[in-house]
Design a protein around this ligand. Structure first.
Ligand SMILES: *Cc1c(COP(=O)(O)O)cnc(C)c1O
Length: 434
């Protein structure tokens, strides 16, 4: 692991994930603070010019400037790498920057990406419009079409397949076996956005994914305090298959260094840091890393409660006469139930439902909620609701909305960790308004 210079880096493979969540990444030495300190410093002092020159040449490990690495952020990076089972991680200023850098790190103008169409709205816009301006084309495929049809979307310059482990907002569970068999055969990495399940409920790197990205803004922080993202490198993809010259050929900005040669299994994640974060500058701040790390310490407790509350609310809504449908992957009636049981420890805290009627009735119910907040956010301790068609996905055309699974009457509920009875009572009174 890179750049640990206070405390002692701890990652014990015998520890269960609950212990990793509380303890991995930082252990104070004699007399040091018990809680990870916030290294609120842009820069780091060295004894000689040579020591700094060695850092610039990537010959020595150490912090140089907080646009590229920082001790507090490093604790979060090492903890997330341990939780996901990766060889290294890179924390960024948002989930969007994590997704963007995960792709720019291996794609350039003229390259191509295949993405499953059930995606977060921001990712969809990035793929459909902004990457296109950089000369990177994305083909969206329906996750339910056959493997043969998905393979037909590949082109000679396809460099990766992108998917969400549990899609936002449609809560579609990724068929890891089917999709990872395709990426293995096509010899490209599978990048999985694991924001909704978090590593506590699902670990994509152990299910065939090669790279994991997160919006840590969501459950990882879990308290709606900090926008952030992270990339975790599984360390097992063979970048020397001829398709990834950026990793195997000389980087002129480091005197001709080759990442695969110099960093072996960590080539991808080191390149993302020393090349793209150096140049784009979208690194996570120490303050946000501190808050996100405090959030992670209770992730296991929160995800259990989010999931239990969501299942109870899903069951309540499913039996309600004014509700036409409910989607929650841990409902026996849900089309994702089998895959959810197979790949996830629980269903996470997000569900969607449609009220009888349509958009107008959906808005009436949303406005009548008292405990549940109307917010453009998901995955924190407070129950929140959102109407994707008029909010997060409003920039998408009606056709693109349907492709991403957004129906006009769909309400997304991010079920919090308040008392189950209070959450259900709130939805019950709100549904009485229609
Ligand atoms: C929110 C979200 C993102 C974007 O993350 P930001 O931190 O808001 O930039 C990406 N993917 C998923 C699944 C999300 O829910």
């Amino acid at each position: 692991m890179l750049n640990i210079d206070f405390g002692v880096f701890v990652m014990n493979d015998n520890w269960k994930i609950e212990t990793q969540l509380v303890r991995a990444g930082y252990e104070p030495k004699n007399g040091e603070p018990q809680v990870t300190p916030i290294a609120q410093s842009t820069t780091y002092r060295y004894d000689s010019c040579q020591a700094i020159a060695d850092l610039f040449d990537l010959k020595a490990e150490g912090h140089m400037y907080s646009r590229i690495s920082n001790p507090t952020v490093a604790v979060l990076e090492d903890k997330m790498a341990a939780l996901e089972g990766g060889v290294g991680a890179l924390a960024l200023s948002s989930g969007q920057s994590a997704t963007t850098v995960s792709i720019l790190n291996i794609c350039e103008s003229g390259d191509h990406v295949v993405a499953l169409s059930t995606l977060y709205g921001g990712t969809f816009n990035l793929f459909k419009h902004s990457l296109k301006k950089l000369g990177i084309e994305v083909t969206f495929v329906d996750p339910d079409i056959s493997s043969e049809e998905i393979k037909a979307a590949f082109q000679p310059r396809t460099k990766l397949l992108f998917a969400e482990s549990l899609s936002n907002p449609g809560t579609k569970v990724l068929d890891f076996e089917k999709i990872s068999a395709i990426t293995r055969e096509m010899d490209v990495p599978l990048i999985v956005d694991n924001t909704f399940p978090t590593p506590y409920l699902c670990q994509p790197l152990r299910l065939g994914a090669d790279i994991v990205v997160h919006s840590t803004t969501k459950y990882t922080d879990g308290h709606a305090t900090s926008v952030g993202g992270i990339i975790v490198d599984g360390g097992h993809f063979n970048w020397s298959n001829g398709k990834f010259p950026g990793l195997t050929e000389k980087d002129a900005s480091y005197h001709g260094l080759r990442y695969t040669e110099a960093f072996d299994k960590a080539a991808y994640i080191v390149k993302a840091r020393v090349q793209w974060i150096r140049d784009l500058g979208c690194y996570m701040s120490p303050q946000n890393a501190f808050l996100t790390n405090v959030g992670l310490e209770t992730l296991h407790l929160r995800m259990e409660r989010h999931s239990a509350n969501a299942l109870s609310l899903a069951r309540f809504l499913e039996s309600h006469e004014k509700v036409s449908w409910v989607a929650y992957p841990m409902l026996e009636s849900d089309e994702n139930y089998v895959l959810c049981k197979k790949y996830m420890k629980a269903g996470s805290g997000v569900l969607t439902f449609g009220v009888k009627g349509g958009r107008e009735e959906a808005e009436k119910v949303m406005d009548a909620l008292q405990l549940a907040s109307r917010v453009v956010h998901v995955a924190d301790v407070r129950t929140g609701v959102l109407h994707p068609a008029s909010m997060t996905h409003r920039q998408l055309s009606a056709e693109d909305q349907l492709m991403a699974g957004i129906r006009p009457e769909l309400i997304r509920v991010s079920v919090g960790i308040e008392a189950e009875e209070d959450i259900i009572a709130d939805f019950s009174q709100a549904l009485d308004f229609i």
